[in-house]
Design a protein. Structure first.
Length: 435
């Protein structure tokens, strides 16, 4: 590595919205971080002076295990070569996955093969996002950045009914045990009250170690413990939601390795705002309804036809451009997609193509991309190569600036929102640039 960059952390996100979530927390901790769409070369990293962390916004959440392995093994090998101290496979904080799609167990196996660790930490909760792991069981608030109720994940009104990877098991050891044959242990909240040096004293033979997380004070302890493991083993591979970035960031702030950023530059209002949504979450549906009630126009795409008929895209582009030309805020979404198991790649690519055309034809300043499964494909269709955080507007979904060879996309403000993120006024917040 060049002396100008000391990479503390590198993370690989299983989709784009989750990757920007991790980006936010490590940036808030004070690390200059760039999120790339493909694993960067050392030369690419060194083109950003003072870089302390980087991420890769992947698309493995929507892939089968064989396709995941083909992508993750070379990606992890390239990340290993950058000599980052911590390597994190970032998953959705709800852990929605299955043995057939987005297998977290397969990612664990790939990481174990590349990094050669005897023990892989898996952080089960991200409390600031309303995700709590208690004695290995996952609980989640209905919505992120909202006042929703908290449910055990297998009883969650949205995640238990996810169209591709419904969560029907709350014990993450059992859930992950269906995806990998590696033995999974647990450091629960009771054990975490003991000195960190003895957290592993009751464990024998486990290869994966799940950690409970209920609050930020636990995250600080976990961050210190992760650092201890890294000091002992060298480069440390871990798995979990963005609680990993928060845990390490909090510890590095305490040790003054990094200085947190308490205030960010205010961003201006962006009108008209353009939103593309492949999300079928009830949270996003409520946000679309609220936006419509407050003057947003909608363009509804037939989710089946968009996967098979290019003319749907052409007609949508004409409608979108006409509305944006009249300075109307516009949301393009796929209606009742939740009733069908359709291609995330085709849906995301179609939505991203519409957004790229809007940026080229209408000169819009800001675009919101909603939907975890489709976001990675939408970003690629928009010719986005990397992003950098510019402002935290809603927790878990920062506003970013795009890097691209496409001059219509270069410098575009982009926001990636997972289906569970935000209160009902989310799109109004994104338009106004403040809560």
């Amino acid at each position: 590595m060049s002396k100008k960059n000391n990479i503390l952390l590198a993370f690989y996100g299983d989709d784009f919205t989750g990757s920007t979530d991790a980006l936010e927390f490590i940036c808030r901790a004070g690390a200059r971080t760039i999120l790339f769409i493909d694993p960067p070369t050392i030369e690419q990293l060194n083109s950003f002076q003072g870089l302390e962390a980087y991420g890769v916004a992947g698309k493995t959440r929507a892939l089968n295990p064989e396709a995941m392995e083909k992508i993750l093994v070379p990606a992890f090998e390239r990340m290993k070569a950058t000599e980052a101290k911590h390597i994190h496979y970032k998953v959705c904080s709800t852990f929605d996955s299955s043995p057939a799609v987005g297998s977290i167990g397969k990612a664990i196996d790939c990481g174990a093969g590349v990094f050669g660790h005897k023990l892989i930490p898996v952080l089960g909760g991200t409390p600031v996002l309303g995700r709590y792991c208690v004695f290995g069981n996952l609980f989640a608030k209905m919505g992120i950045g909202s006042n929703g109720k908290i449910y055990r994940i297998d009883k969650h009104p949205s995640m238990s009914k996810h169209p591709v990877t419904p969560m029907n098991e709350s014990d993450l050891r059992t859930h992950l045990g269906r995806q990998t044959n590696r033995r999974i242990g647990l450091i629960d909240s009771v054990h975490q009250e003991m000195p960190k040096e003895v957290w592993l004293s009751h464990i024998t033979g486990e290869e994966v170690m799940l950690l409970d997380a209920m609050n930020e004070s636990q995250l600080l302890k976990i961050g210190e413990w992760l650092n201890m493991q890294q000091n002992e083993s060298g480069q440390l591979f871990s798995v979990g939601g963005s609680g990993i970035e928060m845990a390490l960031g909090n510890y590095w702030n305490k040790e003054e390795v990094l200085r947190p950023i308490p205030e960010w530059k205010l961003v201006d209002k962006a009108e008209p705002l353009f939103v593309i949504s492949g999300s079928c979450s009830p949270v996003t549906a409520a946000q679309i309804a609220f936006a419509k009630a407050n003057g947003f126009e909608e363009v509804i795409l037939d989710a089946v036809k968009i996967c098979n008929d290019d003319s749907v895209n052409i007609n949508a582009m004409k409608q979108v451009n006409e509305l944006l030309g009249r300075q109307k805020n516009v949301i393009v979404h796929t209606g009742e997609k939740q009733k069908q198991n359709l291609s995330s790649e085709k849906l995301g690519t179609a939505l991203g193509t519409i957004a790229k055309e809007a940026a080229s034809s209408c000169g819009i300043k800001r675009v919101v991309i909603s939907g975890g499964d489709t976001s990675s494909y939408a970003a690629r269709a928009m010719d986005i190569e990397a992003v950098e955080m510019i402002a935290p507007l809603v927790i878990g979904a920062p506003l970013c600036k795009a890097f691209s060879k496409n001059k219509s996309i270069r410098g575009l403000e982009v926001n990636f929102k997972g289906g569970q993120v935000g209160d009902e006024d989310y799109f109004m917040v994104m338009m106004n640039g403040h809560v």
